[in-house]
Design a protein around this ligand. Structure first.
Ligand SMILES: [Cu+2]
Length: 70
């Protein structure tokens, strides 16, 4: 059985499509990531995939210039 991942992060600083594409670009590169969806209203980043590493996602969000709330 594949360890499917469904991870969510709150990133309050996201405000526009540029934020969305910056974060999507970084997170989508991570191993196992299949989809990245971002809701600008709720400020939630949802990552789906296969055995996605939580710490790596946080690092990627950081790389994009944002911070995920714990
Ligand atoms: Cu923006």
């Amino acid at each position: 059985v594949d360890p499917m991942s469904l991870l969510t992060y709150v990133v309050p600083e996201m405000t526009c499509d540029h934020c969305v594409s910056a974060i999507t670009r970084e997170v989508a590169q991570l191993p196992g990531v299949q989809t990245v969806s971002i809701d600008l209203v709720t400020k939630v980043v949802t990552v789906r995939g296969n055995a996605v590493d939580d710490a790596a996602v946080r690092e990627a969000i950081d790389e994009a210039g944002f911070e995920a709330n714990p």
